[in-house]
Design a protein around this ligand. Structure first.
Ligand code: LLP
Length: 422
């Protein structure tokens, strides 16, 4: 392979000696590639971030719910959250026990709540009306309540999940009503939880929010756990030297707060965090082939097969993903140029990277779209009736295994019923 621009994956030894051009050739593109070693390392980073002994890391499966991925997370001793029966189902498939799953419902039907209760997982509700519904279907049961601590954070307004402008959580002013409903239905409040939003690069909002959450917890003696949520960010602009989140610093600040609260609360309470992105983003690169290079008026467009059906983050949040360039031929790139990298979906917004300065990209090059493991495959769709891609994992010994087959045209007919008499 001719390494045209490979700085980030080289620095992490991402491909473990495999050639991305060969992988693209063998498995086809677009292709989600995962690195098991990096995934394991991210799990360990978080498990070790505090010294407080009863600290549980619940991986937030919405970020990546692929079976092989969940199996690795399970083998690292993490627990998981779930946002739907589908996530509970996949987590059970991956070997998580019901008591290792924390289902955090949001505006869910009684049937869905019942599914979670029957599955034996911990359940959290996030409004008074959902608490009432829970009481009606499972009186006397254990339940958790998600509060909105009034502090939010996140990389985009669409992913700020606490504070005054979001649908999530119970406003703490309704604590008396929560207590009444618990009493009315003889429910046992075992935990409280929050999630302030996704992607913070310093821990200020997180530490402020846990202080607010601890104040709420003081009003509920006898809790088994407090779940502080996720949101831990990763540096998407690695090639520009963006620094990672200082987990050591944040860990020390949190640790202090945990010991202090546990001391006051008078019990060895369990603290949980619920990170999705931090664990899953950096262990994946999408490989995508360039099928066209053209000028439209004064702009150069590089057209590849990674449309927003494969990676939705750029069109949805204007998100930045680093792009690398791998080439099968010996041809060199003599110059750098500014390009717009686009996919194959019939919408002008189908832009992966805007005005990106890279070594000259040629037709048939393979692109590596970096940090794609979080909210990548889970948000992929069949838009334009395109097929969702395959996934492979590079095992710790460098072996490559297929973990999800690429969809086939016949899959588009699954669940479809043909009209008769037309
Ligand atoms: N727990 C709850 C209740 C959540 O709502 C979320 C994310 C998480 C945990 C995990 O957050 P994380 O650690 O991954 O930041 N699709 C967006 C992100 C949406 C996040 C929504 N909630 C993106 O691609 O940036």
């Amino acid at each position: 392979m001719n390494k045209i621009y490979t700085k980030v994956t080289d620095s992490m030894n991402f491909f473990e000696g495999n050639d991305p051009v060969d992988l693209a050739e063998k498995y086809g593109t677009p292709l989600y590639v995962y690195n098991e070693r990096i995934l394991r390392q991210r799990c360990r980073d978080l498990k070790e971030m505090v010294t407080y002994p009863k600290f549980v890391v619940d991986y937030s499966a919405k970020a990546n719910c692929s079976l092989a991925f969940l199996q690795v997370v399970k083998s690292e001793g993490l627990e998981v959250d779930a946002m739907s029966p589908g996530e509970i189902y996949m987590e059970r498939q991956a070997g998580f026990a019901p008591e290792e799953i924390f289902y955090i419902g949001n505006n869910v039907s009684a049937e869905e709540m019942q599914y979670a209760i029957d599955a034996g997982v911990y359940v959290s509700v996030d409004s008074l009306s959902q608490l009432e519904q829970f009481g009606q279907i499972a009186p006397g049961h254990e339940v958790a309540v998600r509060f909105n601590p009034g502090v939010g954070a996140g990389h985009h307004e669409k992913v700020v999940t606490a504070g005054k402008k979001t649908k999530f959580g119970v406003d703490p002013k309704y604590i008396p009503e929560v207590k009444e409903l618990l009493k009315k239905y003889d429910l046992k409040l075992i935990g409280i939880n929050q999630h302030i939003g996704s992607l913070f690069m310093n821990g200020e909002a997180f530490t402020a929010s846990i202080a607010a959450l601890f104040d709420i917890a003081k009003q509920f003696p006898g809790l088994k756990f407090i779940d502080m949520g996720g949101g831990f960010g990763i540096p998407y602009k690695k090639e520009e030297g963006e620094a990672p989140l200082d987990l050591k610093d944040l860990g020390e600040a949190i640790d202090k707060a945990l010991y202090q609260f546990a001391g006051e609360y008078g019990e060895q309470i369990i603290f949980r965090i619920e990170p999705g992105r931090y664990i899953s983003a950096e262990c994946s690169v999408i490989l995508s082939k360039v099928h066209s290079v053209k000028y439209n008026y004064d702009k150069k467009y590089v057209g590849c097969d990674c449309g927003f059906n494969v990676l939705q983050r750029p069109i949805m949040y204007d998100s930045y993903h680093g792009v690398e360039v791998y080439r099968g031929s010996d041809e060199k790139s003599e110059k750098e140029e500014s390009v717009i990298i686009v996919g194959n979906i019939c919408e002008s917004g189908d832009i992966l990277a805007k005005d990106r300065v890279l070594p000259e990209i040629k037709k048939d090059d393979v692109l590596g779209i970096l940090d794609a493991g979080a909210y990548g495959f889970t948000m992929a769709s069949n838009y334009n009736n395109r097929l969702r891609p395959a996934e492979i994992m590079i095992r710790e010994n460098g072996d490559v295994v297929l973990t999800r087959e690429r969809e086939e045209l016949e899959d588009l007919m699954r669940h479809v019923i043909r009209l008769e008499n037309v």
